[in-house]
Design a protein around this ligand. Structure first.
Ligand code: F8G
Length: 235
């Protein structure tokens, strides 16, 4: 079976949830959502998936629990959650900005606002999904901190796990918990990832991101028959 870049990104997103146990997955965007459902159907059967409103669903879309909006805050505070957020800007320490571009007092672009980002990052595991890896997103300094990075004291539950992009998988295993390249996707050169990143990347021991198994590819096709993943990530 042919494997697209979007398929590789989907399994990289699924792998974010490996060994998480019985926690609530909160994936933002098409690829993280596909990843969470793929994980649930394969190696993470205990993962809890929400419909984004008030119902917990199994991988076939059958209701298996009730989680109204107010109860999400209890789960956030308790920490049994792994959110995969987007990022307009992300720096090497993992500070994320989804709030605004330019000076906070007079932004040139108003974006989503801080949303749940500060509370998420100080309470439980957080990963990021970036569909267009570029120096515009990977900046030396974010304009405003929405999600908190490792250079700020954020308490014992601060756990920035990984960043998955259309080019690579990164984590925070560099010096002083800075961003490190873990793997480049098949067909992507390490130099390209470095060039598309607006700060120095730790690049020791980089591997190639794994490709999906045939079983995973079949599941991906049944979860996303119209190919929405290819619209978010071009091959
Ligand atoms: C830029 C840049 C940049 C964008 N530099 N310019 C310009 C320069 C660009 C465009 C314009 C728009 C717990 C929880 C919550 C809750 C609760 C519960 C959360 C508290 C629920 C509800 C709530 C947060 C979840 C996400 C975000 C997911 C994305 C985005 C995107 C694209 C980031 C990929 N760097 N960037 N511009 N939310 N979304 O030239 O100009 O700005 O650009 O967890 O909410 O409240 O809290 O961003 O921007 O994770 O990831 O979609 O905003 O669409 O269109 O690119 O072209 O218009 O002139 P975007 P984009 P122009 S957790």
């Amino acid at each position: 079976m042919t494997v697209s870049r979007a398929d590789v990104c989907a399994v990289a997103c699924a792998d974010l949830f490996r060994d998480d146990g019985e926690i609530l997955a909160s994936p933002m965007g098409v690829l993280p959502s596909l990843g969470a459902r793929l994980a649930r159907l394969t190696f993470a059967p205990e993962l809890l998936l929400s419909d984004g409103e008030a119902t917990l669903l199994d991988a076939d879309g059958v209701a298996e629990g009730w989680l109204p909006y107010r109860a999400v805050f209890d789960v956030v505070a308790h920490g049994r959650r792994h959110v995969v957020m987007g990022a307009n800007q992300l720096d090497r320490h993992g500070n994320q900005n989804i709030s605004c571009i330019g000076p906070h007092a007079r932004p040139t672009r108003q974006l989503l606002g801080f949303r749940g980002a500060p509370g998420n990052t100080v309470n439980h595991r957080t990963s990021y999904w970036v569909p267009r890896h570029s120096p515009r997103v990977f900046v030396s300094e974010v304009d405003v901190v929405s999600g908190v990075g490792y250079d700020r004291s954020a308490g014992p539950y601060h756990d920035l796990h990984r960043v998955v992009t259309n080019l690579a998988v990164l984590d925070f295993g560099g010096p002083w918990r800075t961003m490190r390249l873990v793997s480049a996707h098949p067909g992507v050169a390490v130099d390209d990832v470095v060039e598309e990143t607006g700060f120095p990347l730790e690049v020791n021991g980089v591997s190639v991101t794994r490709t999906p198994t045939d079983a995973e590819l079949e599941l991906l096709r049944s979860l996303d028959p119209s190919g929405r993943r290819a619209a978010e990530v071009r091959s």
